[in-house]
Design a protein. Structure first.
Lengths: 112, 115
C-alpha cells in the first residue's frame, strides 16, 4: 500500500538559511508526489508536484523538491528561508485510484 | 484560494442540530472531495465525487451525508454529530481523478465545533 512519512514534526530554521523538509514514500509503481503548505486558519495550498522527468522540481514561492528514487525520498527545499515561510507542510503521494495519501505534516518555524 | 470557496468558515453546533457545509469551485473541475483534518492526525479523505457521482466513501459514519448537485457544488450535511467530529473540514477539487494534470486544489476549510 502507498504511504508517506514525514520524519520530523517540527523544523526550526533561521531566516536566510537554507531549509529542508523531509519526506519519504512507499509506492508500487511510479510515484506521483506532491507538496502542500497550510498557513494558520487556511486550507492547503499546492506548492509543487513530481510526475515524471527532471528529478528537481521547482514550485511556488521559491520552493523546490528533489525526487530521489534510490532513497525513495522527495525532500522540500528552499535556498533562503523567510519568516513568512513559517507554516505546516504536507507531503502526499497519489495512489492509482487518484486518492492523495498525506503525511502527518511538518511544522516549519523560521525565526528572524 | 478563491478557486475553491467554502461556507461557513466557522460553525458551532450542538449534537442535536442539523447543519450543512457548502463548497463551490470556480475552476471548471469535474472531481470534488471532502477531507477531515483533526489535530495531530493526517488528513482523512471522506468522500470523492466525479462528474456528480460518488466514487469513494471512506467508511464515513452516516451522520455525515454528502450531496453533489453539479460539478461545481458540494455539500456536507451534518446531523447528530459527536464532539469528536470537531475538526477542520476541507473541500478540494481537481480536473479529473488520476491523470497527470489532476492536482487537487483546496478551499480554506470550515472549522466545526460540536458541543
Amino acid at each position: 500500500a502507498q504511504s508517506v512519512a514525514q520524519p520530523e514534526d517540527q523544523v526550526n530554521v533561521a531566516e536566510g538559511n537554507p531549509l529542508t523538509v523531509k519526506c519519504t514514500y512507499s509506492v508500487s509503481g511510479n510515484p506521483y508526489l506532491f507538496w502542500y503548505v497550510q498557513y494558520p486558519n487556511r486550507g492547503l495550498q499546492f506548492l509543487l508536484k513530481y510526475i515524471t522527468g527532471d528529478n528537481l522540481v521547482k514550485g511556488s514561492y521559491g520552493f523546490e523538491a528533489e525526487f530521489n528514487k534510490s532513497q525513495t525520498s522527495f525532500h522540500l527545499k528552499k535556498p533562503s528561508a523567510l519568516v513568512s515561510d513559517s507554516a505546516l507542510y504536507f507531503c502526499a503521494v497519489r495512489d492509482k485510484g487518484g486518492k492523495l495519501i498525506f503525511g502527518q505534516g511538518t511544522e516549519l518555524s523560521v525565526k528572524p | 484560494e478563491t478557486g475553491v470557496t467554502q461556507t461557513p468558515r466557522h460553525l458551532v453546533m450542538g449534537m442535536t442540530n442539523k447543519k450543512s457545509l457548502k463548497c463551490e469551485q470556480h475552476l471548471g473541475h469535474n472531481a470534488m472531495y471532502w477531507y477531515k483534518q483533526s489535530a495531530k492526525k493526517p488528513l482523512e479523505l471522506m468522500f470523492v465525487y466525479n462528474f456528480k457521482e460518488q466514487t469513494e466513501n471512506n467508511s464515513v459514519p452516516s451522520r455525515f451525508s454528502p450531496e453533489c448537485p453539479n460539478s461545481s457544488h458540494l455539500f456536507l450535511h451534518l446531523h447528530t454529530l459527536q464532539p469528536e467530529d470537531s475538526a477542520l473540514y476541507l473541500c478540494a477539487s481537481s480536473q479529473g481523478l488520476a491523470g497527470d494534470t489532476d492536482t487537487q486544489y483546496f478551499g480554506p476549510g470550515t472549522r466545526l465545533t460540536v458541543l
